[in-house]
Design a binder for this molecule. Structure first.
Ligand code: NCD
Length: 309
């Protein structure tokens, strides 16, 4: 299969076969994520363009690139760049794509990655576009599910802000390729959009909506918890109406399956009680680590092809 040089904008751009290829390669690269030496991407440059806060996505791309011998440029929208002078995204991308071999873009506007890709002469990876999509988070989420549970035919609850949360938008699309039963649990007003739900049904996903985590906790293999996306709310008072409306604690887990795994893209801001961290169910810190081998896999496929052309 030819993976090829291309932009990574949404999970809709992948076939199941391609996702499996990335996950298999991530497994091969795990030793390098843990520190084994490699110069596989020597001479290649990644540009991290982050116009919204990020810890894991930016740093794990940087770690993945550097542990494979590549180099990283970092740009943000603060005083030090021309973005502060009013340069358009299109011009920034045109210029940076002449300096770097690959670009990771995070931007507050939905659709910005697709727009930017039209001006990029090198592969552009969407590192999160507003409330839109976050495909590389999904690849590492799938890898975590594969490593810590199993991918086919799982029952998963997506909990929290399903309206503004980009990670759950991307993840639910990908899960539909693996025959998952997807249970949507959100506070009032933060449910998944009708468009998104009908897209998922068109993809053959089995989805159902529930009012509380208690209703589903005994039936699921994966509990995927998300943060309420405070920064996307029109007003602070709208946010305050739903803030703190759910919290995973040990009591809730008493009715969980023995092998339930709990995931969270992080950062968490109170959705998971720290007392859960020490339980066998907690997977979220491992999940954050898995971002490194998965991003290594993607970078090698985009920068050097899959060697099977
Ligand atoms: C997520 C994001 O930025 O969408 N974080 C991440 O990339 N790990 C989730 C969030 O911010 O809530």
């Amino acid at each position: 299969m030819v993976f090829g040089k291309r932009h990574i904008l949404s999970m809709r751009d992948f076939s199941r076969e391609e996702i499996d290829l990335i996950l298999d390669r991530a497994l091969e690269l795990e030793p390098y994520a843990k520190g084994k030496r490699s110069d596989r991407l020597k001479g290649k440059i990644l540009a991290n363009l982050f116009f919204e806060p990020s810890t894991r996505t930016r740093i794990s791309f940087e770690t993945a690139m550097k542990r494979l011998g590549g180099e990283v440029l970092n740009l943000d929208s603060t005083e030090s760049s021309s973005i502060a002078k009013g340069e358009t995204l299109a011009d920034t991308i045109r210029v940076i794509s002449a300096y770097a071999d690959i670009i990771v873009l995070r931007h507050p506007k939905e659709g910005s990655a697709r727009l930017a890709s039209e001006f990029s002469s090198v592969p552009l990876i969407n590192g999160g576009d507003g409330a839109g999509h976050h495909p590389t988070q999904t690849l590492l989420d799938l890898y975590t599910i594969k490593r810590e549970s199993r991918l086919d035919g799982i029952s998963i609850a997506l909990v929290g802000d399903l309206k503004y949360g980009r990670t759950v938008h991307s993840l639910s699309i990908a899960l539909s390729f693996y025959g998952a039963s997807i249970k949507l649990v959100s506070p009032p007003g933060l449910g998944m959009s009708e468009t998104m739900k009908s897209d998922l049904m068109d993809l053959g996903a089995e989805i159902s909506e529930h009012d509380s985590i208690q209703d589903v906790i005994g039936d699921i293999d994966v509990l995927y918890v998300t943060r309420i996306q405070k920064e996307r709310f029109p007003t602070l008072s709208e946010y305050n109406k739903v803030a703190g409306s759910y919290r995973i604690d040990k009591k809730l887990l008493e009715s969980a399956k023995d092998d339930l795994i709990i995931m969270h893209p992080l950062p968490r801001v109170g959705e998971i009680d720290p007392e859960v961290d020490g339980t066998k169910h907690a997977c979220y810190f491992k999940q954050a680590f898995y971002g490194v081998p998965v991003r290594m896999a993607l970078l090698t496929l985009l920068l050097e092809g899959d060697g099977d052309e």
